[in-house]
Design a protein around this ligand. Structure first.
Ligand code: GLY
Length: 432
């Protein structure tokens, strides 16, 4: 298939991840005009912003046909799980993002666990439960902490780690009978707890070839020392120091069997595979297990990984969407990056919106930093306001981990809004 060059592109999404993607697309010779829905005020400096339902395949396709869009790049999971790429491909529009069949790897935890079992991909032993009695049996057979996962998409609120049996059973009852997460909690995965260190690895693939991106580490708890409630992610850094050959093992033990499994199940997968891994120390070395797959870049991990790419992200996305990734040069990455999320007071619980943000106009004072918008709104008066839980992602890059970290924190300290808080220990495991 041939595509107009440069390709007019629609980017779907409106968080920090999509701001980082928009920045990479805007630097690409392969990409022409950039449109984005729903976007955010940061992305608005790089793209034309539109409002329509990004989970509605017909609405997205109509927009593309009426605006001469040559490529669609999808950031978040919701349009992928909803099958938006299938509608677009049906209309002949190339998409960076898997269709509904591939998106089940993220859209259904039960599906992804069974997929791993079918294809010999290492993961924690599990039970799939649809009734309280099945949950009770699955909990009874395990040691605390109990790992309870709602099957469907739950915006980061579907994983529970209760310490007591009674508590674990209450969680299952609330999901199954209280329907606290609606249909997402009608099926439950109960699995063994895996101790260790988490690692995120992204691969871009068109199902035939792949490119592995530098490993990153997210910090999901709200407060320093990995304390407090789980969040969507309070910061990330990349690359992570790892024992020699570990990334080769990720490719051999996880990525290649995953791609072979998708091919064997006739899934034409074009986009990102996010491998959420647990590295556990065992007597005979580090054991790698898959905690979860996602079918898109992680957020905030993308805000640390994408700035390291020295190649052309637009060309990579285009060739992936066309199924011609083998024509893309090997991806080159250099340096270190660290992203700190600036959050609204109270997040991930109740938080206030509408507080004025200062310090956004001070980029020129800081070397090698990016401020990515996530939950912001422009008030039309030249002021920027907080408009979400995770408000901004501040990334520093440098030739060493320490310089990236110093830059990110220096830039973060120049931003203010009422109630703002952020973790001061992103990347702590590199300093230990
Ligand atoms: N940072 C975790 C995620 O994107 O799922």
């Amino acid at each position: 298939m041939t595509v107009k060059s440069p390709a007019d592109t629609l980017l779907l999404g409106g968080g920090g991840r999509e701001h980082a993607m928009a920045r990479m697309l805007s630097q690409s010779d392969s990409i022409g005009r950039i449109h984005c829905a729903p976007g955010n005020p940061g992305i608005a400096a790089l793209a034309e912003i539109h409002k329509f339902d990004i989970r509605d395949g017909a609405a997205v396709t109509d927009f593309c046909l009426s605006h001469g869009i040559d490529l669609v790049v999808i950031g978040p999971e919701a349009p992928l799980v909803a099958g938006v790429p299938d509608a677009l491909r049906g209309a002949g529009i190339p998409v960076f993002g898997p269709g509904r069949d591939g998106a089940r790897l993220e859209g259904s935890k039960a599906f992804s666990k069974l997929f791993m079992k079918r294809h010999g991909i290492p993961t924690a032993p599990f039970d799939i439960c649809r009734a309280l009695g099945e949950c009770e049996h699955a909990i009874e057979r395990r040691e605390p902490p109990y790992v309870i996962k709602a099957d469907g998409l739950a915006a980061g609120k579907g994983v529970f780690l209760p310490e007591r049996k009674a508590e674990a059973l209450d969680v299952c009852r609330e999901l199954l009978e209280g329907r606290t997460l609606g249909d997402a909690g009608c099926t439950i995965v109960v699995e063994d707890y895996m101790p260790g260190h988490e690692l995120t690895v992204f691969a871009v693939t068109d199902g035939k070839s792949y490119r592995i991106l530098p490993p990153s580490r997210d910090h999901k708890r709200a407060y320093d020392g990995d304390k407090g409630p789980n969040t969507g992610g309070m910061g990330a850094y990349s690359p992570v120091s790892l024992p020699g050959k570990l990334m080769d093992r990720v490719a051999d033990e996880v990525l290649r069997p995953t791609l072979a499994g998708l091919a064997a199940e006739n899934v034409d997968y074009r986009g990102v595979i996010y491998m959420g891994l647990m590295l556990s120390d065992e007597r005979d070395g580090v054991k790698i297990s898959v905690v979860e797959y996602n079918v898109r870049f992680g957020d905030p991990e993308a805000q640390a990984v994408l700035p390291l790419l020295s190649g052309d992200f637009g060309f990579l996305a285009l060739k992936t969407a066309l199924g011609e990734l083998d024509a893309c040069p090997e991806t080159a990455f250099s340096g270190y990056a660290l992203c700190v999320v600036l959050a609204a007071g109270g997040y991930p619980g109740e938080f206030k919106k509408g507080d004025e943000i200062s310090g956004l106009d001070r980029d020129a004072e800081f070397e090698d930093t990016y401020v990515f918008h996530a939950g912001t709104a422009a008030n039309g008066d030249g002021k920027m306001l907080s408009n979400g839980g995770r408000v901004l992602g501040v990334t520093g890059v440098g030739s060493t981990f320490e310089s990236a970290r110093e830059r990110a924190y220096a830039r973060a300290s120049a931003v203010r809004f009422d109630g703002m808080y952020y973790r001061r220990d992103i990347g702590w495991s590199e300093c230990a």
